[in-house]
Design a protein around this ligand. Structure first.
Ligand code: WT7
Length: 637
């Protein structure tokens, strides 16, 4: 069977084959990677425990696929380009040979610091090449990385370190992001007070912010590299990993308070991210791929680091933000490096749109051939702007739908092959079997239906477990509907069988493409001494997609509301991080509750949306007067 996809008919043929013979299909895909030992069996699975295993008995190391295997023919090809935050600072670039050298070198530094296979290592770094190097060096020695996004607070880091019992932390003195300078090491110091498992912190020099280095615990990245040099830069053979050994943990929010440590494994993750990168973007040798995500999120893991590198691509990593020093930053980068593939989020597109045409003056953007979108539904206006102003009407747009739990893209057009429709993620990739179900769990057959989006067959990148709590994984994803992975998203399948994701159906808000659990924000707000109770919902936000709306009941003491509002924001930033700060806080004297004491979020959501004419049935409310007061207060906000 020829698995190449050069036409829409090819796609349909390959898709049908992948459903009819999933093991043969994925076996052939996996054959395009380098294995130290081939697998004995492609797949074993059940969604009840769940227990999913891919490429059973196979041995590999993902870094041999991302680095070593390119050395024979493409040693001098550019693996990674790095553009700093400040356009005045010099860029850096690494050939495959150079990146291999750096990774091996830092892997040896990790070993010198006692790191070994199976250890959990927390990485809290700015978007500098050393972040990618640290990630790959962990993979090289079989340590499990847990990257924590640089915007998270000390408390969030401590929770994640403790959950995974990390023994080593890799960080930097600070990080540059736009006009800001984030004191990463200081934040780590605050976090580490609560973390007894950590015995070593490796600190990279980036901002030269003063830091405190504790003797016997904290070491400088640069010193550790020098030690490896004095050891004569020995080789660091890639640790043989079982296909199902964990590769990394990445925390993500759900409907309950505590973030979950999503676990991905070596073999399946490698095959899935490599295959989807190559297929969705139709990557051609020599093309420059620019994914604007942060490596602290799954998009960065899969489509800055592992996916592109396993395919021998040139990946571009950008330290800064789209609007600094001005809103032409992305376009300058595209022109500077002749970027071919741009993969970004609707929130960035909407934000850049709001600056009008001016930032596009003098930008050529003529190197672009393919555009991607990820993280949230893309509204039609943003889609058209992206298509016309950035793609000049000649670049296919791939609206890629997937989740942290999936490793890689599940539903998406294949660039230049699948006919697109604005707002639609279109069709499942080969090997992906989505289905829509109604509330009762019955599968909705045929087209022109809406329901909850599930996947009924495993793909190699599916979540294996939530770290340290398998039952939580089962409950969250595999118990709502029997024998299905439940995504938490609502979805429409139109008359053509095209999928359009309509957004979360659980208590998760998607703020600028980042998942934030309402319960988590409520917990943080409730930490504030004056707060009695709170309820958080999402509401439509022009730039962020969804904003965070908090209804808050204060204690009886008199208050300066503006001050309290600022204090609450400060509290949330401290407990979770600035990304979780509510956009609106409304003080209320009560919350709409049922007689059994359950908050009726449906009503709060409607009020936050400004849709107060359609509150629906309020007859089960304990105190209907509360709603009138909240409506009034919302109007005054
Ligand atoms: C949630 C997953 C996976 C990368 C970044 C986000 C929403 C993601 C799309 C899209 C509509 C999308 C879903 C999903 N989402 N991509 N193309 N169209 N919605 O990862 O933080 O795990 O969030 O993001 O609601 O469930 P994440």
């Amino acid at each position: 069977m020829d698995l190449r996809i050069n036409s829409f008919d090819d796609y349909k043929r390959v898709y049908d084959y992948s459903v009819a013979e999933p093991e043969n299909f994925w076996g052939s895909v996996a054959d395009t990677f380098y294995w130290q030992k081939k697998w004995d069996k492609v797949l074993d699975w059940n969604f009840t425990e769940p227990n999913v295993k891919w490429f059973i008995g196979g041995k590999l190391n993902i870094t041999e696929n991302c680095l070593d295997r390119h050395l024979e023919k493409n040693a001098d090809k550019t693996a990674m380009i790095w553009e700093p935050n400040d356009p005045e600072e010099h860029y850096r670039s690494f050939s495959y040979k150079e990146l291999h050298f750096k990774v091996v070198q830092f892997a040896n530094a990790l070993k010198n610091n006692g790191a070994k296979k199976g250890d959990r290592i927390c990485i809290y770094m700015p978007m500098v090449p050393e972040l990618a190097i640290a990630v790959l060096a962990c993979a090289r020695i079989g340590a499990i990385h847990s990257v924590v996004f640089g915007g998270f607070s000390a408390q969030s880091i401590a929770d994640r370190i403790n959950d995974a019992q990390c023994n080593l932390v890799i960080t930097a003195d600070g990080g540059f992001r736009g006009s800001k300078d984030i004191p990463l090491k200081n934040i780590i110091d605050d976090a580490i007070v609560q973390c007894r498992s950590v015995n070593r912190i490796i600190v990279l020099t980036r901002t030269r912010t003063p830091v405190s280095m504790i003797k016997g615990r904290d070491v400088w990245w640069e010193d550790e590299i020098k030690k490896v040099e004095t050891q004569g830069n020995p080789d660091c053979p890639a640790e043989p990993m079982d296909s199902e050994d964990p590769l990394f943990i990445l925390y993500t929010s759900g409907s309950t308070g505590k973030p979950k440590g999503v676990v991905h494994t070596c073999g399946g993750y490698m095959v899935y991210t490599g295959y989807t990168f190559k297929t969705v973007f139709q990557y051609q040798p020599g093309e420059v791929h620019f994914c604007t995500a942060d490596i602290g999120w799954i998009t960065g893991h899969s489509y800055i680091v592992y996916g592109p590198l396993s395919q021998g691509a040139t990946t571009l990593m950008f330290e800064g933000v789209p609007t600094w020093p001005d809103a032409g930053r992305f376009w300058d980068i595209v022109d500077k490096y002749k970027v071919n593939i741009l993969y970004t989020a609707p929130t960035a597109i909407r934000s850049l749109m709001s600056f009008g045409e001016e930032p596009l003056q003098g930008k050529h953007l003529s190197s672009l051939t393919k555009l991607g979108s990820v993280g949230e539904p893309i509204n039609e206006e943003a889609w058209h702007w992206y298509n016309e102003k950035i793609g000049k009407g000649k670049c296919p747009i791939v609206d890629t739908w997937w989740q942290t739990e999936n490793s890689g893209i599940l539903i998406s057009p294949i660039a230049g092959i699948t006919p697109t429709k604005p707002g639609y993620a279109t069709l499942p990739l080969p090997g992906v079997q989505p289905c829509l179900v109604d509330e009762a769990g019955a599968e909705l057959i045929g087209n022109g239906v809406s329901g909850n989006l599930c996947i009924k067959f495993p793909w190699p990148g599916i979540i294996r477990t939530t770290y340290g709590d398998h039952e939580r994984c089962r409950l969250t994803y595999f118990s709502t509907y029997k024998n299905m992975y439940f995504t938490g998203d609502g979805c429409l399948r139109d008359e053509d069988g095209y999928y359009r994701i309509t957004g979360r159906v659980d208590d998760v808000i998607n703020v600028s493409g980042h998942r934030i659990g309402t319960a988590e924000v409520e917990n943080a707000i409730n930490m504030h001494a004056d707060v009695v109770e709170s309820a958080v919902v999402g509401y439509p936000h022009d730039i962020k997609g969804q904003g965070i709306y908090a209804y808050v009941i204060l204690g009886t003491s008199t208050h300066d509301h503006d001050l309290t509002r600022r204090d609450i924001l400060q509290t949330v930033a401290r407990i979770i991080g600035a990304i979780a700060k509510p956009d609106k806080i409304q003080f209320v004297s009560g919350l709409p509750k049922t007689r059994s004491g359950k908050i009726m979020r449906r009503i709060l959501r409607k009020i936050a949306e400004g849709d107060i004419a359609n509150l629906g049935d309020t007859s089960t409310l304990l105190d209907p007067n509360v709603v009138e007061e909240i409506k009034q207060g919302a109007a005054d906000l």
